[in-house]
Design a protein around this ligand. Structure first.
Ligand SMILES: [Zn+2]
Ligand SMILES: [Zn+2]
Length: 284
């Protein structure tokens, strides 16, 4: 069975995508989230020094709203959102089953989501409903051939020193719940593929390698995912999120694949046979 894993669309399906899927006889697509366009994302990075933390310890972007004007921000958000829906429409129309989960730029009402998920409208879980070829999975599994697909998405909270005791404790609870959900999903590690958005913590795949970006040189992966992978050793972990880090690494027996920046055609081709084989590709 041949799988195409791709994430970080950010408003655009890469040129030649449809042709690639046909030509390579792709049996299923694992789409790793981040659907909306990136006008706002670009602005957030550019003006990140203006953001403040709210009482929950999350970023409060309202100083940026004031700086750019609320109407302009709303207009850009609407365009980003429309681009995201267009990507989902495109994936739905390929005639191949698509499995997906959340990226950090996809809205959800689950608390706590992350800095960008403050917008409670246009939740991915609602937007995706009309698209019949797309299966949406959130801490849930699906069977594909001999394999269990364990989808977790990205909704893990970040910890900040400004967090109150109560918020900190709540986040600790959420992390514990996510950990037990991941452990529960990996019943037969040899035949489990974990599909998520962010890479496990502490690998080269979760390091900010772009000098111009905030947090340069630091690791921002998922520590709970790393712990679970170390303990359970699933066969394969598929992730994206770090646009500049398309690559592969290992945590013990587990192969970890970061598919990179889907918008620019970066992806991974997976032969899901008895021994899965992954290859990094660039769709043109
Ligand atoms: Zn992304
Ligand atoms: Zn992301």
């Amino acid at each position: 069975m041949r799988i195409l894993a791709i994430g970080c669309f950010h408003g655009r399906i890469p040129t030649g995508f449809k042709r690639y899927v046909k030509k390579n006889k792709i049996d299923a697509i694992f789409a790793l989230g981040d659907y909306p366009g990136e006008r706002m994302r670009t602005l957030y990075f550019k003006h990140s020094g203006l953001a403040k933390r709210d009482k929950w310890g999350f970023y409060d972007w309202s100083p940026i709203d004031k700086f750019l004007g609320k109407r302009r921000v709303a207009r850009m958000e609407a365009c980003d959102r429309k681009d995201g829906v267009r990507v989902l429409q495109g994936l739905n129309g390929l005639g191949v089953p698509v499995y997906t989960t959340y990226g950090n730029h996809d809205n959800t009402e689950h608390w706590p989501y992350g800095e960008i998920g403050y917008n409670r409208r246009n939740l991915l879980e609602d937007v995706i409903k009309p698209f019949k070829n797309i299966t949406f999975l959130d801490y849930d599994t699906a069977r594909l051939g001999d394999y269990t697909l364990a989808f977790s998405g990205v909704k893990y909270p970040n910890f900040y020193k400004e967090d109150t005791k109560r918020v900190h404790a709540k986040k600790v609870d959420v992390r514990a719940e996510e950990r037990s959900n991941l452990l529960r999903m990996i019943e037969d590690p040899e035949f489990t593929v974990v599909v998520t958005h962010a890479p496990p913590y502490g690998t080269g795949l979760d390091r900010v390698n772009d000098r111009k970006k905030p947090g340069y040189g630091q690791h921002f992966g998922d520590d709970v995912l790393r712990g679970v992978v170390k303990r359970k050793q699933p066969r394969l972990v598929l992730c994206a999120h770090f646009h500049e880090n398309q690559g592969m690494t290992r945590i013990g027996k587990t192969q970890v694949v970061c598919t990179g920046y889907g918008k620019k055609g970066q992806a991974a081709l997976i032969e899901l046979g008895k021994t899965p084989k992954a290859r990094l590709v660039r769709i043109r």
